[in-house]
Design a protein around this ligand. Sequence first.
Ligand code: HH2
Length: 276
Amino acid sequence: MGTLNVTPDSFSDGGKFFDAASAVAQAQRMVAEGADIIDVGAESTRPGSQRVGAAEQIRRIEPVLPEVARMGAVVSIDTTLSEVARFAIQAGAKIVNDVSAGRDDPEMFALAAAREVGLVLMHMLGEPKTMQQEPRYDDVVAEVRDFLAGRLAAAEAGGVDRRRCIVDAGIGFGKRLEDNLALLRHVEALAELGVPVLCGPSRKRFIGEIAGEPVPANRLGGTIAACLAARRHGAHLFRVHDVAAVVQALAVAEAIEPASPAQRRRPEGPPAGAPR
Ligand code: HH2
């Protein structure tokens, strides 16, 4: 999954793809580099960020998302607002990546159910504005797993087919360094939920903390290491900015040590977001 931030303020590439032409070109590049999914986002969720309303998110994605949908990759929309998701689905998106796991907008599950799209449910402690203010867990892996089990149940109760859901521990979303490391080390605990696991460590602060690298764009080595560790522990999808390098790393890891059949295939049914 290649990250496409049509934002002025994302933590690692804010402003770089804010105009439509550079966003479309970046999507083309990521598809050519081997991305299966392009995740289009119009709101930064970096720690401390301010919310962006639905109208502004739609204004940002409108000249970009339909073009990306025409490229042949599966398009995912990174939003917590059903109004934005509805627009994106109409324009060709097949997956909704909701970092609030359906908590921001009570209509999100009904929309995902009615339009039969894939749905990413991610763990976040609190909200982006405050999530990095002293996050604390007794047992981060169990708490994140239990939270995601609860959101999966809520999505199902809202009519969403569990086979269309994907879970994500939310690396960096209200987590200390040791929490992020424990979650990467224990992907199996999330895989036990029986749906694919998405992992998004790309360029994040925990890599900078370990490596002493303050510039997010210089964190590719750490991104690859985190993706390979998560893969070894059972992750199925990887949300990254640097597609070519991560695709190559995953291909070499696969050649050395093939993933388990359970990791390569969906547990049952069609892939999340597959057309009806
Ligand atoms: N991380 C970011 C945004 N969306 N979605 C999922 N499912 N998992 C993630 O880990 C995740 C996500 C943050 O990264 P980025 O989009 O590059 O930055 P920003 O939120 O500043 O736009």
